[in-house]
Design a protein around this ligand. Structure first.
Ligand SMILES: Nc1ncnc2c1ncn2[C@@H]1O[C@H](COP(=O)(O)OP(=O)(O)O)[C@@H](O)[C@H]1O
Ligand SMILES: [Mg+2]
Length: 474
């Protein structure tokens, strides 16, 4: 039941709020109880003093008994108090019956209780209870000496029923608890909204991540906040985008590979079939078998390149860093391609800043880069065009430039030529290529922590430039 974050949050908040309100309620209630009792005591004491003064005036003949009774009534109305005035022997000689208590004729009753003795000695007392057995219900009693002419001449007792006080207290309690309940309902409502807000993106992410796991990349989390949960949702969406992109790439990659393998296979099958059933005349059979052989070579190349690319992408193929003379590598590649270059009447211009140019890198991979770039330059160059190769050092880097005078690459294509299988114009520039060369080149250069750039002008030619880490001679 407490497994969901939302429920857990709600329950935790609820317990916190409830215990806070409960503590507050109890504290407030006891505070009010004390406060109301104290105020009532003070009121009784004050009225008791006032009665003493009226009695003094009465005994001096300055007011009559009617005025005295009137005062009693005022106090009764105000405090609901029974009033006793006794002489020093304890006989009640003047009294008033509280309108809230039983009708009893108190006059000539004799007080014998301890409290009377204490008050007569000059003490002021307060008691809560039935004052001996005098009252049927609990009362708050205040007793004080009656002082006339600076002498204790008797006592004054005021009894106020506690029920009235209790009623006030109950009212207070009630309003405290009512507001506590109201505020807890309000805060629960608020909490509900906040917790929902907090947990909804998490729940959503949970559901969507499950969908992604099953291959559905379409849905995203709605991000509303900027807090940590909002950031998490945002990153989650970015991750989903990246995964979707990757999945798209994977699908098009598989489609491309299948296509690239299928077309040579189909033509090979056609040729071999033609040779076997003699639809191709015997004198042409050699020619077609040779084409089929070329196709197998192309497929072989394609598969090797694919393997390279996948090894680089999965990080299986670690670069073995050594010190390499990149000028020497270029020379070797050039020599191997001399015949092809001559065949097409091209010129090669080599501009090495120094004879030996040491860089840090994997010798085989760097050779692969040079081969790919140079082969492209030879393949795409115009007949009799110039191929220029240059190496130079700048600060900690060596730069290598391989340029041709081919058709160039339009600006809008530059970003794409690094993608696997991308060929600008397949029918024109295919020339037995696979479209994998440049993506392998880029991966290798990136694997060295370096960069590759392309400068190209349509109709004039292309120049590929890449950087390498220079090795300083000790
Ligand atoms: N030097 C160049 N001049 C013009 N276009 C080029 C050059 N190098 C590469 N390209 C374009 O980029 C594409 C991708 O090159 P690459 O990855 O080496 O594949 P491939 O050489 O197998 O076609 C080529 O098909 C071609 O359209
Ligand atoms: Mg190529």
């Amino acid at each position: 039941m407490f497994r969901s974050l939302f429920v857990r949050l709600m329950v935790t908040y609820f317990v916190i709020i409830l215990s806070a309100l409960l503590t507050l309620g109890i504290l407030l209630s006891s505070f009010f109880q004390d406060y109301i009792m104290d105020t009532r005591k003070e009121e009784l004491l004050r009225e008791g003093k006032a009665i003493s003064q009226y009695i003094e005036l009465y005994s001096l003949g300055l007011i009559d008994s009617l005025t005295l009774r009137y005062q009693y009534q005022v106090i009764d109305r105000f405090l609901g108090a029974t009033i006793w005035v006794t002489n020093e022997r304890g006989y009640i000689w003047s009294s008033h019956n509280s309108s809230q208590l039983d009708e009893v004729d108190w006059e000539n009753h004799k007080l014998t209780v301890d409290e009377f003795v204490q008050v007569l000695e000059g003490n002021t007392i307060t008691r809560i209870g039935r004052f001996g057995e005098s009252f049927a219900v609990p009362v708050l009693t205040v007793g004080m000496p009656l002082i006339i002419n600076n002498k204790i001449q008797g006592t004054v007792f005021l009894h106020s029923p506690i029920q009235g006080i209790n009623r006030t207290l109950r009212d207070t309690y009630e309003s405290i608890w009512r507001s506590a309940i109201l505020s807890s309902i309000l805060s629960m409502l608020l909490l509900y909204i906040i917790s929902r807000r907090f947990s909804r993106p998490l729940t959503e992410m949970n559901i969507i991540s499950r969908e992604i796991a099953t291959g559905n990349f379409k849905r995203r989390v709605k991000v509303k906040t900027k807090d940590e949960v909002g950031q998490l949702a945002m990153n989650f969406n970015a991750m989903a985008d990246a995964l979707e992109q990757l999945e798209l790439m994977r699908r098009s990659f598989v489609a491309n590979v299948s296509h690239e393998l299928k077309s040579p296979l189909t033509s090979m099958r056609g040729y071999i079939q033609g040779v076997l059933d003699n639809t191709i005349p015997p004198e042409d059979q050699n020619k077609y078998l040779k084409i089929a052989l070329d196709e197998t070579e192309r497929m072989n190349r394609l598969i090797n390149e694919l393997l390279d690319l996948s090894r680089i992408q999965t990080g299986q193929f670690s670069m073995e860093m050594k010190t390499v003379d990149i000028n020497e590598t270029i020379r070797r590649v050039l020599i191997a391609r001399e015949d092809r270059i001559n065949e097409r009447g091209m010129d090669v211009e080599v501009d090495f800043e120094k004879d030996v140019c040491l860089v840090e890198g994997d010798p085989d991979r760097l050779q692969q880069v040079i081969i790919n770039l140079l082969d492209n330059a030879i393949k795409f160059n115009r007949e009799g065009g110039l191929i220029s190769i240059k190496t130079w050092t700048h600060k900690d880097n060596v730069f290598v430039k391989i340029a041709d005078q081919g058709p160039g690459i339009p600006k809008e294509e530059i970003a794409h030529i690094w993608e696997p299988f991308y060929q600008i114009d397949k029918s024109r520039s295919g020339k037995g290529g696979t479209g994998l060369g440049l993506s392998i080149v880029k991966k290798i250069i990136e694997g060295h922590g370096q960069n590759i750039w392309l400068n190209s002008e349509v109709g004039k030619g292309s120049a590929f430039i890449f950087s390498l880490k220079a090795v300083r001679k000790q």
